[in-house]
Design a protein around this ligand. Structure first.
Ligand code: NAI
Length: 341
């Protein structure tokens, strides 16, 4: 591990700026990290639609090699064409690097008024299989088949991760979200694995909930949930719903965790409707960088940035469009940096 002349550790990490608002919001995060005095050495690589023409894939081998080398990445969102075109770069990254857990903490931000108080939950989403396996084909014109893959190994692994997270964070309940009443084999296996893992954690309550009821409970009484354990597609859909509970997609960070690799990225996508207009809320990516710092053991810098973000958002003058205000990406970033100085 190399250090700066003042003795601070220098962290090597991969940077993917991404598409749409990606370059704007990742730039904001880089500036904030620098202002917090964190010494980062970035290996910047390109992935996404722009590189498909050149390499024939949105995720060239060089991107995977870089992340395998640095084992940590900060990533902006990457767009995926609808109904055709190339396979999702995000899914390719997660599957190729074995990033089996998507972890998304959803919490009220101090000072930011939203319809609910007391939201403090973590979504733990299985990130490598389910309906995201990409196994689809046309059986005959007008009939397509899409395969939902659920394996015992991946289900046990994600359940174990969820219970460990609950234990580490002092949370007393894990709630497995499923549709095993209808998908008796696939969701049945996922649920059965969660039940098996739960037996090893007698101090943590294991609750089970059917996904449609979970959606309703989340929009009426979200404070009842602590850790949601979900298969891939339910996790994708309910992450956005949960983001809506605490201010929207612009404020919720995330991490994709593997055995020894972690890629940090916001829940939101590339937001093409506001790209290039400096309207994007950088909070979600800045808070993803905070998660990265904690992963790297830089807890003081992580807490300093988090506090600066909370103080910034506590003032309505610093709210961007998605929070009902008029502040631009650069203004919010400057406001966070001022509070770090
Ligand atoms: P989106 O998350 O990009 O946008 C949904 C809505 O939220 C839009 O109105 C957008 O303006 C707003 N929004 C999102 N992030 C915001 C921010 N930081 N500040 C202010 N407003 C924000 O979802 P959408 O439109 O469904 O997807 C757009 C593209 O992003 C698609 O190609 C999709 O595949 C991709 N995507 C990529 C993800 C990733 O790289 N991890 C995750 C989700 C979607």
């Amino acid at each position: 591990m190399s250090t700066t002349p003042s003795g601070a550790r220098i962290h090597r990490a991969t940077l993917i700026r991404g598409d749409g608002i990606g370059p704007e919001v990742t730039e904001a995060a880089l500036q904030v990290l620098e202002a917090a005095g964190v010494a980062m050495e970035w290996d910047t690589v390109e992935a996404g639609a722009e590189v498909v023409q050149k390499y024939g894939t949105p995720v060239p081998e060089g991107v995977l090699d870089s992340i395998r080398r640095t084992r940590v990445a900060l990533k902006g969102p990457i767009g995926t064409p609808v109904g055709g075109g190339f396979r999702s770069a995000n899914v390719t990254l997660r599957q190729s690097l074995g990033l089996f857990a998507s972890v998304r903490p959803v919490k009220n931000l101090p000072g930011l008024k939203t319809p609910f108080d007391g939201v403090d939950l973590v979504l733990v989403r299985e990130n490598t299989e389910g309906l995201y396996s990409g196994l689809e084909h046309q059986v005959a014109p007008g009939i397509v088949e899409s395969l939902k893959i659920v394996t015992e190994a991946a289900s046990l692994r994600i359940a174990e991760y969820a219970f460990q997270l609950a234990q580490r964070e002092g949370r007393s309940e894990v709630c497995t979200v499923h549709k095993a009443n209808i998908l008796k084999l696939s969701d049945g296996l996922f649920l059965e694995c969660a039940r098996r893992v739960a037996k090893g954690y007698p101090e943590i309550t294991h609750r089970e909930i059917i996904v449609d009821n979970c959606a309703m409970q989340l929009v009426t009484n979200p404070g009842q949930f602590q850790v949601l354990l979900l298969e891939n597609l339910y996790g994708d859909i309910l992450s956005d719903l949960c983001a809506g509970l605490v201010g929207g997609l612009g404020v919720v960070p995330g991490a994709n965790i593997g055995e020894d690799i972690a890629v940090f990225e916001a829940v939101h996508g590339s937001a093409p409707d506001i790209a290039g207009k400096h309207l994007a809320n950088p909070t979600a990516v800045i808070l993803s960088a905070v998660m990265m710092l904690r992963h790297l053991g830089e807890d003081d810098a992580a807490s300093a940035i988090e506090q600066a973000v909370f103080q910034t958002l506590a003032e309505p003058a610093n709210h961007p469009g998605d929070l009902g205000g008029h502040a631009g990406t650069d203004e919010i970033t400057r406001a966070v940096i001022e509070r770090l100085e």
